[in-house]
Design a protein around this ligand. Sequence first.
Ligand code: GRF
Length: 191
Amino acid sequence: MINLAIFASGNGSNFAVIAALIKNRKLNANLKLLVCDNPKAYVLTRAKKLKVRTLISQDENTIVTQLKKEKISLIVLAGYMRLLSKHFVSNFKNKIINIHPALLPAFKGTNSIQRAFDYGAKITGVTIHFVDEKMDHGPIILQQAISIEKRMSLKKLEAKIHQLEHKLYPQAIRLFTQKRLKLSGRKVIIG
Ligand code: GRF
């Protein structure tokens, strides 16, 4: 079974969904650690409740040392608001995945749900991708669209995006744990 670490900076709804699935053996992994860069983040309260160990740090060297010690083979970024350095990424090549609340390469960066909404996009969605040294850039694992219907409020769109995230991220993690993701250049082949 693979050892997994989740990185989060804020609310932690994706963290909670993934942690619960692991606890209920619906995902075949050991959740070893939550790494959080913000001591005030709500995700820390969730981790305490779910009895997941936490590392609160902004220092990559400290984090890498801990991850190596724990033999982590998958890092799941779930609302982690910090860009990982080239050095960090090369330490965990093709072992870091991220979730983005838009259809990449559209609306990279922060505040993507609102930006897609304000832009007047008719379609947006969720992307799960491998992480490389550029922001929101690595090979796409899964992607699913949501239509922005006429008169849909931003609140409603946000709710729909988060609902989809909570379904799609576990699917991507499952594919990884089953070793079904193969890279061919920047294409991810699902076997
Ligand atoms: C999600 O929308 C994710 O796509 C983005 O940050 C948000 C984190 O939400 N990267 P939560 O902290 O998991 O509730």
